[in-house]
Design a protein around this ligand. Structure first.
Ligand code: FES
Ligand SMILES: [Fe+2]
Length: 369
């Protein structure tokens, strides 16, 4: 569409605004994580890609105290996450190797071990049965790492798990953001969504420059400077930001470490760091978390209104994207035009995280399930 297109021919931005205008307050919040029954199957929507490997957020650190067990469902699996008396987080597939009880439901922490609710077999974080209170001898098979084991990390006030379909050990580390633990920056403001598409679809959004105008109603098409370096991708843009006080020049830098650790920094009006988590639940379901932290001097000072407006606007943009993502299909060979962003380059970058599509990657150690 050119600037010369007659105004008034469209509601602008198109249907997303109309759809979201009908959702306010509690309705909007529950819509963000509501189930979406009756959607077409993943294969009908062309989602034939595997789950990407990498580090993914399991929960916020403050959601799991010492001695607590949390039931999770990610990567198409039921999982049991716990924090031992030593403060360390550990995770196993939820089903007990004895008679198959789901250990995330009623299981409890015994020291640093996870105790199954059914017959009290006690597992360490490598899936080895360390204790069976009523047995004289632990079966040798139970002494082996026979359950998939999950490398864990805790950084930026999140609990992370490394997912790799072939059990390859972590190929990079979760990176730390000093702001996320600084006293000069605010506590996280947390937001979350369930989005009904694969991670690749949401990640592609950042390079899809044309949609910013049509879905998000920006005044122009942002021009991102992108840099790709192995498993890291970074981009920055000088952007005009809409604020209650009008349009302001700002700078946005964006990056992603592997597929699962995106971050965004907003500078210029109010220093803001957005730490994101995007964790696959199933092939066509993604759990997105946004954690915002801002410099206290901005968030509590004269710029408090702008600080709030930035967060509100970013969440609004995610809402707008979700309306499309929930219904989008994957077009493996899209028809692109010269005004589109570097979508093909993005897809080449993202493909490196699909282990099933790489024949040359030998497993570091076998996973026995
Ligand atoms: S099923 Fe877990 S201890 Fe028996
Ligand atoms: Fe978007």
């Amino acid at each position: 569409m050119s600037d010369a297109e007659p105004k008034g021919a469209l509601s602008n931005p198109v249907a997303t605004r109309e759809y979201l205008d009908g959702l306010k307050g509690a309705d909007l919040l529950s819509w963000r994580t509501a189930p979406f029954p009756g959607r077409p199957s993943a294969s009908e929507r062309g989602f034939d890609m595997p789950l990407p490997f990498g580090w993914f957020v399991m929960c916020y650190s403050d959601e799991l105290g010492a001695g607590q067990v949390k039931a999770l469902r990610y990567f198409g699996r039921d999982l049991a996450l716990w924090r031992g008396a030593d403060g360390q987080v550990r995770m196993l597939d939820a089903y007990c190797r004895h008679l198959g009880a789901n250990m995330s439901f009623g299981g409890r922490v015994h020291g640093n071990l996870l105790e199954c609710p059914f017959h009290a077999w006690r597992y360490d974080g490598a899936g080895i049965v360390q204790e069976i209170p009523y047995a004289k001898i632990i079966p040798p098979q139970a002494r082996r790492e026979c359950v998939r084991h999950w490398p864990m990390a805790e950084k930026n006030r999140f609990v992370w798990a490394w997912y790799h379909p072939r059990g390859i050990a972590p190929l990079w580390e979760v990176e730390e953001f000093p702001e996320s633990v600084s006293r000069d920056w605010t506590e996280y403001e947390k937001h979350e969504w369930l989005v009904y598409c694969p991670l690749q679809t949401t990640a592609e959004n950042g390079v899809d420059v044309a949609h910013f105008r049509y879905i998000h109603g920006t005044a122009s098409y942002p021009e991102w400077q992108t840099r790709i370096d192995g498993h890291r991708r970074e981009a920055c843009v000088n952007a005009k930001m809409e604020t209650p006080r009008g349009t302001v020049d700002g700078k946005i830098s964006y990056g992603v470490i592997g597929p699962g650790q995106p971050w965004t920094r907003f500078t210029g009006i109010c220093e803001t760091l957005l730490v994101s988590g995007c964790t696959p639940v199933e092939q066509d379901v993604l759990h997105l978390r946004f954690a915002f932290t801002q410099q206290r001097s901005d968030a509590n000072g004269a710029r408090a209104g702008v600080a709030r407006a930035i967060i509100k606007d970013i969440c609004r943009q995610l809402d707008q994207d979700k309306v499309v993502w929930d219904r989008q299909r994957h077009t493996a060979q899209p028809l692109l035009c010269d005004g589109d962003g570097p979508i093909a380059a993005f897809r080449d970058f993202f493909r490196q995280f699909y282990a099933e599509w790489q024949q040359d990657q030998a497993p570091a150690h076998a996973v026995r399930t």
